[in-house]
Design a protein around this ligand. Structure first.
Ligand code: GDP
Length: 331
């Protein structure tokens, strides 16, 4: 019988970490997750939802802890999903964003190199559409591809671009199986309320239940290519099962404004005109904005056989219904 596959996930407490743990468990993997901090408030939730995950205390900014994590888990696959991942927050703490989201990738790659002399470990880096920067810098016909030019517009995007290039550099320099998935926005019931989609669906559910009367948002005109996170972790896994290490865009190939998201979310609770319920608050605007993101997933669809299953209306519905169920339990 072949050996059980072992995976090490950084960012196990985040949205994608949860979806990926569930997927790899289904596939029979032994799963290790890196968790940071003595009083991490998410620790108990991870233990109760994913009892099959072995948690390892480590920190992307502490390379020795990553070496120990590698020695404990002895993984075949490493998924680097850990990051300071919020664009708005990255403007408030650019140094920490750099330490974790940029240098953390290098720390992880070096930890792999130092503990894997046979060079057999496969590494996935969570790259992002935020590296592209929007239409002012690059106007692709069908959407951004793996070949499109980068022009990040936030400390988060800049840090992720470093992670992207250092992953490519380790692949070219040391022949590592190291790949980046350039994932466009992916949302769902595990998304944090600091992101606009979940903030909206949570508020819509609470408005329906009489728990709040309005929502405060920043700019409503930016457009994003929003998919469902559960679909996207399948793409990550597929990237690591290929014969050759290559980078791939995962996206839906559609773009929608926040206004369109509001339209569908409020319709789900029977409200046609959401304007009386939405107030604009400059606190949620950013020093620099990405106007439009649209991905072209042709390469992933052709080479990985990957395609998103949940479409935009399906995503909004899934999130509103989930939040209605969660919020109604609080009454
Ligand atoms: P991002 O694409 O990774 O930055 O994901 P977000 O969900 O944080 O933001 C998506 C878009 O929504 C960006 O253009 C934000 O400027 C915009 N936006 C408007 N109001 C808000 C808000 O209240 N919170 C967040 N997070 N984003 C908002």
């Amino acid at each position: 019988m072949s050996e059980v596959k072992r995976a090490l996930i950084t960012g196990i407490t985040g949205q994608d970490g949860g979806h990926l743990a569930a997927l790899l468990h289904e596939k029979g993997y032994e799963i290790y997750g890196i968790i940071r901090g003595q009083h991490n408030p998410k620790r108990e939730a991870v233990i109760s939802e994913f009892p099959y995950v072995t948690l390892i205390d480590a920190d992307l900014t502490d390379q020795s802890s990553l070496i120990r994590a590698m020695q404990t888990a002895r993984p075949h696959e490493v998924y680097n999903l850990g990051a300071i991942s919020h664009v708005g927050y990255s403007f408030k703490d650019p140094m920490l964003t750099n330490d974790v989201t940029a240098k953390g990738v290098l720390n992880m790659l070096e930890a792999i190199r130092l503990t894997d002399p046979e060079n057999t470990v496969r590494f996935y880096q969570a790259s992002t559409s935020e590296m592209f920067g929007g239409l002012e810098y690059n106007r692709p016909e069908k959407g951004y591809t793996e070949e499109s030019a980068f022009h990040p517009r936030s400390p988060y995007g800049v840090a992720k671009l470093y992670g992207h290039w250092i992953t490519q550099n380790y692949r070219e320099s040391y022949d590592m199986f190291a790949v980046s998935g350039i994932l466009f926005n992916h949302e769902g019931d595990r998304r944090g309320v600091e992101f606009v989609t979940r903030k909206i669906t949570n508020a819509v559910a609470r408005i329906k239940l009489g728990l709040q009367d309005h929502i405060e948002l920043g700019d409503l005109w930016p457009k994003r290519d929003w998919g469902y996170a559960g679909d996207y972790v399948e793409g990550m896994w597929r990237m690591l099962q290929q014969d050759q290490p290559k980078d791939y865009v995962l996206a839906t190939g559609e773009t929608h404004s926040i206004e369109e998201f509001l339209d569908l979310a409020f319709k789900e609770i029977g409200i046609e005109d959401w304007k009386p319920y939405v107030k604009q608050n400059p606190a949620f605007m950013r020093p620099a904005e990405v106007d439009l993101l649209l991905g072209d997933p042709t390469k992933a669809e052709t080479e990985l056989g990957w395609k998103r299953k949940v479409d935009f209306p399906g995503l909004v519905k899934l999130m509103v219904q989930h939040d209605l169920a969660v919020e109604s339990k609080k009454i």
